[in-house]
Design a binder for this molecule. Structure first.
Ligand SMILES: [Zn+2]
Length: 249
């Protein structure tokens, strides 16, 4: 039986192979994420927009109800004034002198003005509600449009997730297995380089004496050392870890 090697005992060549495997798995996971692309963000954005539109619709409906209440109040005020007018007109028949007549006349004029004012306000509130109803109609259309788009995007995303989740799960498990074989110092370096590179590559091959990550020249001496896998060599320019060219293997 062969004793299991501890992390410290594994050769540089094995370390490089493990790093290469890790990079390969990570690139595959990255590609799945690229496939999903902006969809998760788009779905979230649409959900937020719909939420905002629904709030707008609700507050507008509340304003309409407030205005309806105002209209009712004004109608009641108008009815009250009309009743008073009837009463004053009866009173006017029974007056005994000019002074009393004038005084009742003033009250009559005042109540007529009250009715005019109430009618003016009712018209204003009604006109406001026409505008608000238009806002609600427009908002309803917008909500419907956004909901249709959300359905589409969700369907798209669900399909991609369904198609890729099994593969992703396998890759994540594989990644965990490889991870265990690599010493922390190298893992930290790997993550650091990967996070700072736009294409997510921390491990690259040397192709035609050039770095496969930043394409700067690699000296023939370094290229040879990379091929020999006796030392971990990093690019002088971008810091990426070199592995031998795949073509030559
Ligand atoms: Zn480089």
């Amino acid at each position: 039986m062969v004793a299991k090697k501890t992390i410290d005992e594994i050769s540089v060549a094995e370390k490089l192979d493990n790093l290469a495997s890790l990079q390969e798995v990570d690139t595959k996971i990255d590609n799945i994420k690229i496939l999903r692309g902006e969809l998760p963000l788009e779905v979230k954005g649409l959900e937020d927009e719909i939420e905002g539109l629904k709030t707008r619709k609700k507050t507008t409906e509340e304003l309409i109800n407030d205005n309806k209440e105002n209209i009712t109040n004004q109608k009641n005020a108008s009815i009250e004034a009309a009743e008073l007018i009837k009463k004053y007109e009866k009173d006017q028949m029974k007056v005994r002198n000019n002074r009393e007549f004038d005084s009742i006349n003033k009250e009559l004029e005042f109540q007529k003005l009250e009715i005019e004012l109430a009618e003016k306000k009712i018209k204003e509130f009604e006109s406001l509600n026409v505008d608000k109803k238009q806002i609600i109609d427009d908002t309803k259309i917008k909500i419907k449009e956004k909901e249709d788009r959300l359905d589409e995007k969700k369907k798209e995303l669900d399909e991609i997730i369904k198609r890729t989740s099994e593969e992703e799960e396998k890759l994540v498990k594989k990644r965990a297995r490889i991870n265990k074989k690599i010493e922390q110092r190298l893992l930290d370096a790997y993550e650091r380089i990967r996070n700072s590179s736009r294409n997510g590559l921390a491990v690259v091959s040397v192709e035609r004496n050039a770095c496969g990550g930043c394409f700067n020249r690699v000296t023939p001496q370094q290229a040879l050392e990379v091929e020999n896998k006796k030392k971990i060599i990093a690019c002088e320019h971008c810091g990426r870890i070199f592995i031998p060219s795949v073509e030559k293997e």
